[in-house]
Design a protein around this ligand. Structure first.
Ligand SMILES: C[S@@+](CC[C@H](N)C(=O)[O-])C[C@H]1O[C@@H](n2cnc3c(N)ncnc32)[C@H](O)[C@@H]1O
Length: 569
């Protein structure tokens, strides 16, 4: 499940546009390139163009249909797992036995094998270990072993590996130069100063000292800044983050708060269709139709934030003021409006009170974010902040930070195994919040939430079916959840499987779930007998549950009705 934006990295100055101008002698990268380091980059749908406003960007070379894949990079130039994930994630394919998308064909209790030399990294099997060893781990294993049990931060590990691969002539042709040509904002970072600049300097010194590189401190600092501005958060099919990842091609994508594309890391190469896809490729997909010569954009920040918050984050982390069409709409967007009665304004006494309550809820959200993973210990606190927002009567249910608090409540309920309650909060996203915030039904965040909803309905169904002496109400709920399961998986499959695009792990999980539901038979046969009517009654049941939940939260009836009026049955 995703907690942040589609693109997340850290802040970033200087415009080192000239290629290879760092003064050091360069090994020829292609001469020593082992066969398996040949890079596969499919990018025929885009071209690069530079503008005065946003530097280099990618533009559509032809008409591009919604959901098409525009760019595919087999493997990143830089990648590093978060330190906390090294113990639980395979160092080669980035899968984890605890992942919700771990293939069922692989034993869930399967444990990863630790590298016997460094004792820091782990692998699924011999194949993953050999692949990692030949491509990078042999360059860093000794260093990790010397430092063990200390582990270097992910950015430091990523750059040390890159420098060693570069020196060994192992980088794919041209990628080092492309990396150095990316925006680094090195001067802006220096000018902004503060703790962040100090951290970047410390990283640079650490890399210089630990790698034994003869590259200059200035070049290393530039690499650190390039990473801060250009890396993506590596996420699995359901948006759980596990590290950072970068390739210079997709890093050329500029930002819009109303993007026409998004990035994912779980798609297999079109030439590799067998088996279950691993993580770690980078692919860019169209959110909507893109016209020839239109700029392809992604969002660097959470587009559900109000404009002021988005602008602030973009200025602080990426050093620009967003001038996209969405920001130009000002307070008219769903992200920025309030439910205020005619005549009242945010400047009135009531408006000021509403804003104050919003700021308090913001603080609760931020403190929860800082305690990610511990949401289950703060369920009451999250509920109280949500209830205060509801009581204003003016706070839209889809306005920041209410959805974010609801998402944390959902995590908390999952963490406490309270699946029935979690199901209802997931339903609020699927039916009311996401249709307002994300226009396309195939938007990855909507799809993943629908997938969560399906999994939760399945979990609730299984719990009920395991009861020894089910009551009449239980039997009725079993039937309702059984057909809801069919309705939902059929719907997700239709949305996720349109077109003949290469499949990612999400699509494969959906396919497999679809087959399972069909094979189980009972509810599926009932569903097939009258799909339209069953769909209608299943969603009506969900909507009635949502109404009861939101009424209990103190949300005004008309706000709920208005929300539900937007979604089809
Ligand atoms: C990941 S890089 C994108 C590629 C970059 N334009 C380049 O030339 O290397 C991010 C940087 O691009 C610029 N940028 C991205 N989106 C922008 C936008 N909408 N308006 C202005 N500058 C933008 C900012 O300098 C930002 O820090």
């Amino acid at each position: 499940m995703q907690k942040g934006s589609l693109r997340v990295s850290w802040p970033g100055d200087n415009h080192p546009r000239s290629v290879g101008d760092d003064g050091s002698s360069r090994p020829s990268s292609s001469k020593n390139l082992p066969e398996n380091r040949h890079q596969l980059v499919e990018d025929g749908s885009v071209y690069t163009k530079q503008t005065a406003e946003s530097g280099n960007g990618l533009y559509a070379a032809r008409e591009i249909a919604a959901k098409s894949q525009l760019i595919f990079v087999t493997r990143p130039l830089l990648v590093a797992l978060e330190t906390s994930k090294l113990q639980t994630t395979c160092y080669a394919c980035f899968r984890s036995p605890s992942d919700s998308d771990w293939p069922v064909t692989v034993d869930k209790h399967h444990s990863l094998k630790t590298c016997s030399r460094c004792k820091v990294v782990k692998f699924c099997d011999q194949k993953c270990q050999s692949q990692a060893w030949s491509q990078y781990h042999r360059l860093e294993c000794n260093l990790y072993s010397k430092l063990h049990p200390r582990v270097l931060p992910s950015t430091v590990r990523a750059i040390i590996r890159l420098l060693k691969q570069y020196k060994a002539g192992m980088l794919p042709d041209g990628e080092w130069e492309q990396l150095l040509a990316l925006e680094s904002h090195q001067e802006d970072f220096a000018k902004a100063g503060g703790q962040r600049w100090q951290d970047l300097l410390i990283m640079m010194q650490g890399i210089k000292g630990y790698s034994g590189t003869d590259e200059s401190p200035d070049l290393i600092l530039r690499l650190v800044c390039v990473l801060a501005v250009n890396s993506f958060t590596l996420t699995n099919a359901t948006f759980d983050s596990s590290g950072l990842i970068l390739h210079p091609k997709p890093s050329l994508l500029n930002h819009s708060c109303e993007p026409n594309a998004y990035v994912r890391f779980d798609v297999s190469s079109s030439t590799y269709q067998q088996g279950f896809p691993t993580l770690g490729s980078i692919s860019v997909h169209a959110l909507r139709d893109i016209t020839k010569d239109e700029e392809v954009t992604i969002s660097y920040v959470d587009t559900t934030f109000p404009s002021e918050k988005r602008q602030q984050e973009l200025r602080d982390r990426y050093f620009f003021t967003c001038q996209c069409g969405f920001c130009a709409k000002g307070p008219d967007t769903a992200q920025d409006s309030y439910h205020l009665s005619p005549g009242s304004s945010l400047k009135s006494a009531i408006g000021a009170k509403v804003r104050e309550i919003g700021q308090e809820a913001d603080q609760v959200f931020l403190s929860m974010e800082a305690n990610a993973g511990l949401e289950h210990e703060h369920i009451d606190e999250i509920r109280a902040a949500m209830s205060r927002l509801a009581k204003t009567g003016a706070w839209p249910i889809h306005r920041y930070p209410w959805p974010q608090l609801r998402q944390q409540l959902l995590y908390g309920l999952l963490g406490s195994n309270r699946f029935a309650e979690a199901l209802l909060h997931s339903a609020v996203f699927v039916r009311i919040i996401h249709p307002v915030l994300f226009e396309q039904e195939h938007h990855p965040i909507r799809l993943v939430q629908m997938w969560t909803f399906w999994n939760l309905s399945r979990q609730c169904l299984e719990t009920l079916m395991q009861k020894d002496n089910p009551s009449d109400k239980d039997r009725q709920d079993i039937r309702t959840l059984g057909v809801l399961n069919c309705v939902t998986i059929d719907h997700i499959r239709q949305i996720s499987n349109q077109g003949d695009q290469p499949k990612g792990r999400l699509e494969r999980m959906v396919d497999r779930a679809f087959e399972e539901v069909q094979q189980e038979g009972v509810f599926w046969s009932e569903y097939l007998r009258n799909r339209a009517e069953i769909r209608r009654t299943a969603w009506l049941w969900v909507d009635n549950q949502i109404k009861a939940l939101l009424k209990g939260e103190g949300v005004r009836q008309e706000i709920v009705d208005r929300g539900l009026a937007r979604v089809p049955g």
